[in-house]
Design a protein around this ligand. Structure first.
Ligand SMILES: *Cc1c(COP(=O)(O)O)cnc(C)c1O
Length: 377
């Protein structure tokens, strides 16, 4: 199977040392106490990355598992939950809340812009009776970045627990979990962390664990029950056999990030240079305010079929970008410059390929996007 360069907003390119790390011999992770130490140390490193002293856990399942596990573990029948929705993942949280019997109240924002803090503030003045609230850090299909440094403390001040989906942002955007009062923060292995898909990571506050312990009803799931993970280390017991190769690879990827001192500024520079090149070429960005440094979302020019364009890029230039889904399907294309993808050579390649492919389908760019991008370095 030929694998093109995947310049998508997840999964992302996986560095060779991560791929090699995954190939070591497997011990029995349930019985070998060394593995419990390895797992715990890895969680500690993730905590350092996310600036938190909260409990960190790595679960076997992609980012979606983290979102569902948070909702399954917190929600009891009839609980009012505030779902902050200015994008597809934002809205999607509502489905998980409903599955577990919660009553969803949406706070809706413009889907091209970050959540307006003043509007949220005045909404909370009139209604703040919520057990918890959900918010997405970077809503990947539209590329909007929400300011969780303001949103989460505001909610917490009102006594509302905060659940943040940072799957597509952590590692590419700053996260200060404790300073920002985030009770449950969720990430996935295959975005900025640049490990293969398969793992979700969560940081869980004492308040969140206490809320789960004080439930009147049992958590209606085993796999999504975060309480099962509370005392894994003390009890030397995992709820199910951990995927050891995935976790060893994740550890290497986390070490790569910790060793990479200017990871955040590089993401920002790459993202700014990408947006400038796109604009100068005469293309339009979808996002209007609140740009994430991890993904650029571009409107498909009139008369161009996004699938044909993307397929042409793979066939001809060996590079894959993404379309989008839901109400954005066919309307935008997305370049993921997160994690290992956020490198000058990768992004110049994708911009060169995009330009050549657009020209093949009749759209004339007003500049050489790759030279315009490179000018900024
Ligand atoms: C990628 C992603 C997830 C995980 O979703 P998948 O569709 O399974 O990849 C969750 N939230 C956000 C914001 C994401 O970008």
């Amino acid at each position: 199977m030929n694998v093109p360069h995947i310049m998508t907003p997840g999964p992302t390119e996986v560095r060779e040392n991560v791929r090699l790390a995954r190939s070591i011999r497997c011990t029995n992770p349930d019985l070998d106490y060394n593995f419990y130490d390895f797992y715990k140390e890895t969680c500690g490193k993730i905590g350092a990355l996310l600036k938190t002293k909260n409990h960190v856990r790595i679960l076997s399942g992609e980012g979606i598992l983290g979102l569902e596990a948070a909702c399954a573990s917190l929600t009891e029948k009839g609980d009012r939950v505030l779902v902050i929705d200015n994008g597809i993942f934002g809205e999607g949280f509502g489905d998980f809340v409903k599955i577990y019997g919660g009553e969803v109240v949406f706070f809706k924002g413009d889907r091209k812009r970050e959540i307006d803090i003043e509007e949220l503030k005045s909404f909370l003045e009139s209604d703040s009776n919520f057990k918890y609230a959900t918010v997405v850090h970077c809503d990947t299909p539209s590329g909007v970045l929400n300011n969780i440094s303001l949103i989460c403390p505001l909610l917490k001040e009102k006594g509302i627990l905060t659940v943040v989906d940072s799957v597509a942002a952590m590692g590419g955007e700053e996260v200060k979990t404790d300073d920002w009062k985030i009770d449950i923060l969720i990430g996935g292995s295959q975005k900025c962390i640049s490990a293969p898909p398969g793992l979700t990571i969560l940081s869980i506050s004492d308040d969140a664990f206490n809320c789960m312990k004080n439930r009147k009803s049992d958590i209606a799931s085993f796999y999504c029950n975060l309480l099962n993970w509370e005392k894994y280390y003390e009890n030397k017991w995992f709820p199910y056999t951990p995927p050891i190769s995935d976790i060893v690879g994740l550890r290497r990827a986390i070490d790569n990030m910790l060793e990479d001192e200017d990871i955040l500024s590089r993401h920002e520079k790459i993202a700014t240079a990408t947006r400038n090149a796109i604009r100068e070429a005469g293309l339009e960005l979808y996002t209007e305010e609140g740009y994430s440094s991890t993904v650029t979302v571009i409107k498909v020019p009139d008369g161009i079929d996004d699938k044909k364009l993307r397929n042409y890029m793979v066939d001809r230039y060996d590079v894959m970008i993404a379309g989008s889904f839901g109400y954005l399907e066919g309307k935008v294309i997305r370049i993921g410059h997160m994690g290992e993808n956020a490198r000058i050579d990768n992004v110049s390649h994708v911009l060169f390929a995009l330009q050549k492919s657009l020209e093949h389908f009749g759209f004339k760019c007003k500049c050489d996007m790759f030279s315009c991008f490179l000018r900024e370095f």
